[in-house]
Write a protein that binds this ligand. Structure first.
Ligand SMILES: [Zn+2]
Length: 270
């Protein structure tokens, strides 16, 4: 049995080493998107069924609008760079959920949740675009899979494509922690600093192509930083905000605007 699992894994490894179109780096995805996405979609639907989804309010419409703009930016960027296929299995969805946690996430395949608690921090459409661009970037760069341990990946690799895997609450929990789903601050595993940096940089490009001022990302993380203190919000457990990070984002703004210019975007919404 163990031999079989190893064989499956080796096969996956051979075929799953892909070049990240945003970084040009080779990233090893042990489980291909075509197999992991059905699990992601199932978890997303379950999350929505257990939470209060808000529809048709001004805020809910804004979440959908910004989400569409960010996903369109990702599509334009990837198509222009010869990676149109990258989003083939994505099924974008953007939902606002009633929950006071300062939180947002994007699962593989473009399944996004924004919590109402983050809106006072994002403040504007551009602030929301900074958050959504960043979370989408984690999904595009496959950071979730890279957060899993070797053992977890082995388990997932061995059953890839088998949705029944998700019937086991332990497997669900593992999957959700890897992708930042849910709200138990105690079990949330932080993204590594390099993943945060990568998501900041990619997210900045996405928001700029979508027509939002990348400077608003700096303002957003400044506000996040101020929220730190005694009871840091949910999102800071996985996305620690500090001055180095904010300085890095500042230094990438000209590049993000230059990328946007390639798509004819020269004015940016605050
Ligand atoms: Zn992040």
């Amino acid at each position: 049995m163990k031999k079989q699992i190893t064989l499956v894994l080796l096969t996956l490894m051979v075929f799953a080493c892909t070049t990240n179109p945003f970084t040009g780096k080779k990233t090893l995805a042990l489980v291909p998107n075509s197999e992991i996405l059905p699990m992601s979609f199932q978890q997303y639907d379950q999350f929505l069924s257990e939470h209060q989804v808000i529809n048709n309010t001004v805020d809910a419409k804004m979440v959908k609008k910004v989400g569409r703009n960010i996903s369109l930016a990702a599509k334009r960027y990837l198509t222009a760079n010869g990676y149109a296929e990258y989003l083939k299995n994505y099924r974008w969805e953007y939902n606002l959920v009633k929950d006071p946690a300062v939180n947002a996430w994007c699962m593989p395949g473009g399944k996004i949740v924004v919590y109402t608690g983050i809106l006072p921090v994002t403040k504007s459409e551009a602030g929301l675009a900074a958050v959504m661009g960043h979370e989408v970037a984690h999904a595009l760069a496959n950071h979730g899979q890279q957060r899993m341990s070797a053992g977890q990946l082995q388990a997932l690799g061995a059953v890839a494509g088998n949705i029944a895997f998700m019937d086991d609450p332990e497997n669900q929990a593992m999957f959700n922690v890897a992708y930042g789903v849910g709200s138990d601050i105690g079990v949330m595993k932080p993204f590594s600093r390099s993943h945060e940096s990568e998501a900041d940089r990619i997210g900045l490009i996405l928001m700029a192509i979508a027509g939002y001022d990348p400077v608003e990302s700096v303002n957003l993380w400044e506000r996040m930083k101020q929220l730190g203190g005694q009871a840091p919000p949910e999102i800071l457990s996985t996305h620690p905000s500090n001055q180095t990070r904010i300085d890095n984002i500042k230094s990438w703004i000209p590049t993000a605007k230059a990328e946007a210019k390639k798509f004819g975007v020269t004015s940016f919404k605050k």
